[in-house]
Design a protein around this ligand. Sequence first.
Ligand code: HAS
Length: 565
Amino acid sequence: MQISKSFKRLIYWQLGIPVALLSIGIYHGLMQTVYRAGVLRQSAFAKLDYYQGLTLHGVINAVVLTTFFAVAFGHATIAYYFKREPNKKVSWLSFWLMVIGTGLAAWAMLSGKASVLYTFYPPLKGHPFFYLGAALLIVGSWLPLFDWARMYVQWKKNNEQVKTPLAVIGTLVNFIIWFVCTLAVAYEVLVLLLPWAMGWKPTVNVTLARTLFWFFGHALVYFWLLPAYIMFYTILPKIAGGKLFSDLAGRIALFLFLLFSVPVGVHHQFSDPSITKGIKLFQGLLTYGVAIPSFITAFTIAASLEYAGRRNGSKGLLGFFRKLPYLDKDRYLFAYLICGLFLFIFGGLTGLVNASAQLNNVVHNTAWLPGHFHMTVAGPVFLAIIGMSTYLYSTMSGKKIFLPRINVIIPYLWTIGVLIFSTGLSWGGLIGEPRRTNLGMTYLNPQHELFTPEWVPTTLLALVGGIIMFTAGVLFFVVFFGTMLKAKKEEGKLELPVSEALHDEERIPLFDKFKPWLVTMVFILVIAYTPALIDAVKNNGAGAPRFTPDNPVPVTTESTLSNNK
Ligand code: HAS
């Protein structure tokens, strides 16, 4: 499909800006493993503090990269399937809001005024620009949804009896989840945190802020995941040489995410005393509900891969695994997606451990947690993002991939790194190694009285994994920016591989409409969150004053105002 220059430019910027920022994010990832293994025994390196680096790492990799990419991929998907470009003014306005928001937050983090990590839990106080930046980034990313919804309604009017393409359902589901969950964090930021950070309100209700954050926070992980799921269902079977096993299975999985992605946030608060047990049990059960669409995906995609392998000439029960295009440099997206799926088996299983309130007592706030989430967000999500960024750029610009052999090896190298890294973290977590801690200052410093030798092998494993991941990350930059610098070889176009369905079931109206799912979503949300919010307001204890990470004494109003200048 041919697209306008303006639309191309928009997508290039939306892919290029976060990838450029990723260089900072990935560097600080490596530095985490270096500090934690005790190679560095200091609180800062190159004038950047440990928590400042960890904040940059989390915010850039998990929030900025993922949000920019979701919008860029959403634009590409909607335009490709509807054969029409989204509204230019809305798209560029959304882009600029996101860029300004990112700029404000980046300034606050780089100047050391917002070392509050990506969860920005109060009573740690960040600079108001950090919160304002986050709010603008979010509001900017909302705008395309309204435009895509308008395009969908128009398309549906002319195609009433035609099944909505799966990729369009996935994109709309994803951004509806995003819109709903970000309402809570927008309230947290604008009503609770900003006035408090400005010094206009002396204290904040920490439990309420955390509850609103996690209303957003777990749905956020599915906002990261769904672009990858869209690729698994609509692109992977085709490039594997086969077909999607069942179109209906994909629809059911995507709509189930609409129901279960948001009302599970309390599973991050199993240890928060203010929320009562019944709510924890209920949201814990719903958490097992949100694993169902992933199990559906596992079986459907495995069946699709089996079909592809057999079509490619495989024999025997598991022979199909050997007939897939693992190292085909022309179908390199396969490598990125299959590696993500493989990592997600372990990411998913560790998630199920977290979801049990009893087991959660053992792993909460330990290194097990980053072990889990590097096999999810740094697994299928990250690999899908970087693979698709290279793909979109190269096909839209008409440029050939720079170093195609390296390009196809990157995901395997990354996967080996993540497996070693997450093994170290998960093992360490089970023997008490804390997360978010500069271990080199104390526990991993043999000269310190707190030295804990059990954590030497675990943190060393994480260091080795971190170095391999960093190497894969650098190779990705070489391929991505190298491709940018190449000369154009052909007319660029927007082209996405589209998988046919092996079982293309008849259109069932329930799985082609949003209304019934939206009503059920609201119903479950009200049941799951009304008591949690009542608890958060009722059992909040004393309000918390402002703290900065470097000082156990609260900040006074005067010093807050001067800090903010
Ligand atoms: Fe999680 C904490 C539970 C999924 C990310 N999670 C986190 C945090 C992050 C995160 C970032 O219940 C930390 C937040 C913080 O900073 O504190 N998580 C789950 C559960 C799932 C889950 C039940 N998480 C994700 C995904 C993430 C993500 C996805 C990012 C994208 N998580 C938790 C809980 C906590 C938590 C608690 C809080 C813990 C605490 O104490 O703080 C489920 O959605 C997982 C379901 C997935 C599966 C896997 C299906 C497998 C597939 C692959 C098939 C492979 C094939 C290929 C076909 C059941 C689809 C085969 C090919 C070959 C070559 C073999």
